[in-house]
Design a protein around this ligand. Structure first.
Ligand SMILES: Cc1cc2nc3c(=O)[nH]c(=O)nc-3n(C[C@H](O)[C@H](O)[C@H](O)COP(=O)(O)O)c2cc1C
Ligand code: SF4
Ligand code: FES
Length: 567
């Protein structure tokens, strides 16, 4: 993995700090032992500002928390103000920053997912049973979706995820100190190569293919960005390629949208298919370096990627593009591409205003191609099997295959790789074994927490980009949560709003305040429709990024389709 610092010409921001700044950090006395510990922990790693989050992880992993003394020592070591280190560390849920004199945390943390599918499957009971049992010796905390909604409820003991969790199975893991991630069987480098893997990349690197040819194939396939926005992939590559060099790339492996777990499946079973797609895309746009931004909830995949990327490097396949693996730290907003770029630069994940778009001004202010894991996963097959092979697999007007993450009240939840444009009724009946016993289909989330909620009466709409918008919904990352007559829609929408409240970066008032006030108002049996509508409209109209803009979708859906549950 490339660790050397990359320096690029930076645009000066108006009002930005100029000059060299202080030689020493400001505002805190250094503790000599802490300074020594941090220097030893960092070893000869580069003291590069963008690696701040990586180094915060080193401290958190080693000491199980980040003490005030260690944070001050890190700031000193990296020559940044203490305030900057503090604001970054406290932005991310996976860093436990202690104030001076605060008691150390218990050695073990159990995180219980309380996002929608887990709540439906009993997360609240699990939380109260575990909290009652441990009484302070082990820390039991709430956490958002862990990307395992098909086996809900889920709890994470250290870094081990207990699926279909009960209090007993969680306690058994904790008591036996089973805290390391489990790594499932996967196609490793040798197996992938033996089956023809990396032949396409070799052809590209040897000049047997042209970037224009690949862009044309991608455009012809109809592949659209599968991170949620659905932007045509071929068009995006061609836009970035036209920007001035040096160019960079980022792979969005943050997968934080509640209900979504498809990227996880592809990364943990066939990681090289994504890595090859990534290196081919980077070759097309001539990106000098690529940053894979992996959510921290996938620690097993991180181990796999570290091992497998090393093999790719040993084979010299990174000769055109250096590969960096970056670790998220528990912030959903860092899936939003500009926030992700801020985080890759070692800062808080605050979405940027657009324009300029990240294709023009991205990582280190360089033109940057951002693609989702699954988008890149399809590249090799599309190029080798042809644009039509992919395009022809859709239903009706839809093109290609899609991976729908199906969870909730069905017999067989999981990732369903099926033709684009399938309906939810088909997903339930033909691909998910029908509704769970004792449940009658009432409604569904077509696109995770952000995509709104539709009633069963609209169960025959094609689940594709652009097809649900007239109903106030969208398919986004194709996370389909099935709801039944046993689910109270007011409660469902409140769970989603609470998620947005927790995950709002706080940068703009409509989103920060609107989500908080909405959660409070939505606790009532009868909703204040006028006030909630006003708040939701303001969030939609005046928020900076997609989180705030979409946060009121579920609330509006309930008022439109399930009024009897809340009025
Ligand atoms: C609040 C928010 C969260 C997002 N989370 C993710 C995510 O976890 N993974 C992802 O690939 N895209 C996510 N996106 C979409 C990205 O901003 C971006 O469109 C995508 O990574 C581009 O890649 P694609 O064109 O291959 O889809 C999110 C967008 C928003 C507004
Ligand atoms: S809409 Fe919300 S998440 Fe997005 S920038 Fe504003 S406060 Fe942050
Ligand atoms: S893992 Fe709990 S809702 Fe996704």
């Amino acid at each position: 993995m490339a660790t050397e610092e990359i320096t690029f010409r930076r645009h000066k921001h108006p009002g930005g700090k100029r000059g060299k700044g202080r030689a020493h950090t400001k505002g805190r006395q250094l503790v000599p032992t802490a300074v020594e510990e941090i220097a030893a922990l960092l070893g000869d790693r580069p003291r590069s500002r963008d690696l701040l989050i990586e180094y915060l992880h080193l401290i958190q992993d080693r000491y199980n928390q980040i003490s005030a003394a260690h944070l001050a020592a890190l700031a000193e070591e990296m020559r940044i103000p203490m305030a900057e280190a503090y604001e970054v560390a406290t932005f991310y849920a996976h860093f436990d920053v202690l104030r001076e004199g605060e008691a150390p945390l218990p050695e073990l943390t159990i995180r219980v997912c309380d996002s929608l599918t887990c709540e439906m499957m009993g997360a609240e009971a699990l939380l109260s049973e575990l909290s009652g049992h441990y009484g302070g010796k082990v820390r039991v905390v709430r956490a958002p979706c862990m990307g395992r909604c098909d086996v809900a409820p889920v709890a994470e003991v250290g870094h081990f995820h207990v699926t279909s969790a009960t209090a007993d199975t969680v306690k058994a893991a904790a008591d036996s100190n089973h805290t390391h991630p489990e790594i499932p069987e996967y196609t490793d480098y040798d197996a992938y190569r033996a089956a023809g893997g990396y032949a396409l990349l070799e052809e590209c690197l040897a000049g047997k293919r042209t970037p224009e040819e690949l862009i044309e194939i991608m455009s012809g396939s109809g592949l659209r960005g599968l991170g949620g926005a659905g932007f045509p992939t071929g068009t995006k590559w061609s836009i970035v390629r036209k920007e001035p060099k040096p160019r960079l790339m980022a792979v969005n492996a943050d997968e934080g949208e509640p209900g979504t777990f498809k990227d996880k499946l592809y990364l943990e079973t066939d990681p090289h298919r994504m890595l090859e797609g990534m290196l081919v895309a980077a070759w097309v746009v001539e990106a000098e370096a690529v940053y894979i931004y992996l959510r921290d909830e996938y620690p097993g995949i991180r181990e796999v990627l570290l091992a497998e990327i090393a093999k790719v490097e040993a084979a010299g396949l990174d000769r055109a593009t250096k590969i960096h693996l970056r670790r998220g730290a528990g912030a959903y907003i860092c899936g939003e591409e500009s926030a992700m770029i801020e985080s890759i630069e070692g800062k808080r994940g605050l979405p940027r205003h657009r324009p300029p778009y990240v294709a023009q001004v991205g990582i280190f202010d360089r033109p940057t191609l951002v693609n989702n894991v699954e988008t890149l996963f399809w590249v090799r097959d599309i190029v080798q099997k042809g644009a039509d092979w992919f395009a022809d697999q859709g239903k009706g007007e839809s093109k290609g295959l899609r991976s729908y993450s199906v969870s909730g009240r069905v017999r067989e939840p999981g990732v369903k790789l099926v033709p684009a444009g399938v309906t939810v009724r088909q997903l339930i009946e033909e691909y998910s074994g029908g509704m769970a016993d004792g449940h009658t289909f009432k409604g569904y989330l077509p696109g995770g927490a952000s995509g709104g909620i539709l009633p069963a009466s609209l169960g025959d709409l094609p689940l594709d980009f652009g097809k649900l918008e007239e109903h106030g919904c969208f398919v986004g990352s194709h996370a389909v949560v099935i709801l039944s007559d046993q689910d109270h829609m007011g409660g469902v929408a409140r769970n989603l709003m609470r998620f947005f409240e927790d995950e709002s970066c706080g940068q703009c008032t409509p989103c920060r305040t609107g989500t908080e006030k909405s959660v409070k108002l939505m606790a009532a049996d009868k909703w204040d429709e006028g006030l909630l509508t006003e708040l939701g409209t303001c969030m939609g109209d005046a928020s900076i990024c997609g989180l705030g803009q979409a946060a009121a979708n579920p609330l509006f859906s309930v008022l439109k389709h399930f009024r009897e549950d809340v009025t």
